[in-house]
Ligand binder design. Sequence first.
Ligand code: GLA
Length: 468
Amino acid sequence: MSGGVGGGGGRPGRARRGGSTGRPADARGAPAGGPTGSRSRPDARWQAFAPGRVNLIGEHTDYNGLPVFPIAIDRGVRIDFRVTNDGAVRLDSPVARFDPFAFQLKRPIEAAGQGDWSNYVRAAARGLLEHGVRLERGIEGTVTGDVPIAAGLSSSSALVVASALALLKANGTTLPRLELAALMARAERFVGLEGGGMDQAACLHGREGHALRIEFEPLRVTPVAVPEGWRWVVASSLVRAEKSAGAREAYNERARQCREALGGVGGGGGADHGRTRAAGGVGARRGAVSDSAARDARGDATTERPAYRDLVAEGNLDDLLRRARRVLAPVLFRRFRHVVTEGRRVALAEAAMRDGDMRRFGDLMVRSHESLRDDYEVSTDELDAIVEVALGAGAAGARLTGAGFGGCAVVLCDHRTVAPVMEAVAARFYAPRLGRPPTGEEMFAVRAGGGAGVGERGANDGRGRVPS
Ligand code: GLA
């Protein structure tokens, strides 16, 4: 197993934190939180469920138009709701700090204050309305969930997707999943993060026992079976990574740097070069699933500039990196090197999984972490420590997952090493920081689960999945 992770000193820099509290990454539940399962809501006939996701490899590639490789997980966000005829959305949560809210399904839907959890629901409604979906009926209900928030597990996208599914159901309509995924990715930018399209696509396309290769421009999802006998463990760094707060600025800065680096290597050098192809890859036009279509429709002058995908496809990565080193400032070069090498690692990791060679997959996870730590500078000491302890205890691979700046690490174990790895992380990472073992919200094993759905509550199969 490759070592060298979390080795300390001499690193180019540490990620800025999204508000280190030193406390656990809060309770279960997306902006839902609270107890597992549905809160009793006798008048709620319907339930929408949307899973969180764990990205296995391919970090900070989606908004650069390169593939990602996540799983949807068997934890998520539920909305138990009834349909209302007054065109209002009224939702509450059993978690005290998430205040009940209400708004009308009429354009324009204004944002609530920064950090307000209703913005994710507003984003979904706004996205559907701008797409031309008629939303005449509203929903009234309760949001619950069991995916930790601000943990890099996409609780926010799960809430966006669950809200969209509930609103579509209430209005007796549907959208194709790919189209909805692309639409919700754009809609979530309402909250201010220049995110790519991974989270919403993983949430809507999850398949039990499968990882998902997600490609962009156009959006495509290909399930890949996870070999028998392998498990993923998720471990919270105990540092929150709020998408709607501190981590957002650092994330958006990375996106800008990637565009600038692409412009430099692709022959331009201006901060805006490559923006159209690089920014998101999920379509910029109403109804578009493909960014290329949107670009073409606008007759965009940047069409001829290469995208990251073209550069990576050119072949020799060493030549490309030599060229990039000559033209880019050091920090931009490191961001660029992360993106293109991570793009390559996704392809290698998928091949390793198809070959059943999960040791190789694990090695690639470690390379990914090192690159995120040293070149992309989005890791933290806590994430590095978890990775180091897990690898030392026999894990096949480990890395930060999600945007970084806190959040969680994902650890790959064969079924025999799950227990010793979890024990080692509990003893060496959590015990010194918490003075107690981690809770089941701070460290847990996950399976690749199914995708989001909405249906009658009675149809729930007991694990939160409902027919779509
Ligand atoms: C966040 C974003 C995703 C992706 C990851 C980093 O989760 O929402 O689109 O960019 O960060 O890989």
